[in-house]
Design a protein around this ligand. Structure first.
Ligand code: NDP
Length: 322
């Protein structure tokens, strides 16, 4: 049997080809002796040998005509684009990436942004442009309420790390969490829980997956439910956020500052007002990247599990969208 490695890399450009080769090298090391087919099989015989597709936002149609395909393994944590692609076969299990290196990076980004917001360091940056010497108030971490939307692999880790620094952390998820899983954090769910969490938080961190239920989640109504002047950190997907509503909320003072890693359109177009807004911090979708070295080990574990009929890691519940 053979494995297909297929991604949305710009293969007409040297960076795209280098990225594909970086993945191939890591995967060959983690799964020695396998046949790898890149992007698409050359003929019907090659297509018939493919039992596993390892994908990174593959071009639509890439997974059609593979009669032996039994497992689709995403190299990315979010599978929203794959689930929207009507050409992706529905029968094979779909697994997403949970990469230790990416988890670590996401925690670092969330800690940095929360610390900077809590301690007023973004304000100091603005003041520097005007040579303004003014010390922001210094609150204890326990006096700073953080609401983490999503309590999965990433949201759970971010919440635990912030709680470890003493922040008052609340996590919001779709289903109630048993108290032992919360480890000192407050757990909320449902619409009432959300209203309670948004009204209390000084900083809201979005780590929800993008699904039918969460698309456009951070809209004008939800931003209006924030505590006045609270900050937003969006580390999940641009389509969660109504960007015009955020700009209005920033300009009215309803939202104090936004740290944004993801956008409706990426790269963020040069004329976009976020680039020049003094209370927006723009990151170029760099909060947490998958590291081929550690991610290849996760792929290898799943390929081996699938071939011996063992349970798969991080299987997506397609009906739920994550
Ligand atoms: P998980 O699937 O592990 O966790 C998802 C969490 O969201 C769960 O707690 C789930 O609740 C909750 N959730 C899902 N739907 C709803 C809903 N409708 N209402 C309330 N809660 C909901 O995902 P990860 O933590 O691994 O990743 C989250 C997202 O982060 C990814 O989908 C991706 O979009 C984004 N991401 C961004 C990166 C970046 O660089 N900016 C890098 C990697 C990921 P429950 O626990 O009840 O199921």
């Amino acid at each position: 049997m053979a494995l297909l490695l297929c991604g949305g890399w710009r293969l007409d450009q040297p960076e795209g080809r280098a990225e594909q080769q970086r993945w191939l090298a890591a995967l060959e090391q983690a799964l020695p002796g396998e046949e790898w087919i890149l992007q698409s099989p050359a003929d019907g015989a090659a297509a018939g040998r493919i039992d596993v597709a390892v994908v990174a936002n593959p071009p639509p149609g890439s997974l059609q005509g593979l009669p032996a395909l039994g497992l689709i393994q995403s190299l990315w944590a979010g599978v929203d684009r794959l689930l929207l692609d009507g050409t992706v076969p529905q029968e094979p299990p779909l697994c997403r990436m949970v990469d230790p290196a990416m988890n670590e990076a996401m925690v670092q980004t969330a800690l940095w942004a929360t610390l900077a917001l809590h301690r007023g360091f973004f304000q100091c940056q603005r003041q520097q442009r005007e040579a303004l010497w003014r010390q922001p108030p210094q609150l204890r971490a326990a006096e700073w309420q953080v609401l983490v939307l999503g309590q999965g692999e990433l949201g759970g880790r971010v919440g635990r790390a912030l709680a470890g620094l003493g922040y008052a952390v609340t996590g919001w998820s779709r289903r109630p969490r048993p108290s032992e899983a919360l480890q000192g954090r407050q757990g909320l769910h449902g619409a009432d829980g959300l209203a309670q969490g948004l009204a209390a938080a000084d900083t809201v961190i979005n780590l929800l997956p993008l699904t039918d239920e969460t698309r456009g989640f951070l809209d004008a109504r939800r931003l209006a439910a924030f505590k006045r002047g609270a900050s937003l950190i969006n580390l999940a997907r641009g389509a969660h956020l109504d960007e015009a509503a955020l700009l209005a909320a920033l300009d009215s003072g309803q939202v104090g500052h936004a740290v944004l890693d993801v956008f409706q359109q990426e790269p963020l177009p040069a004329p976009h007002p976020f680039w020049r807004h003094e209370r927006v911090t723009v990151l170029p979708h760099t909060a947490a990247q998958t590291d081929p070295r550690s991610a290849a080990e996760v792929v290898a574990a799943n390929v081996r599990a699938w071939r011996r009929g063992a349970p798969l890691l991080h299987r997506v519940e397609r009906s739920q969208g994550y």
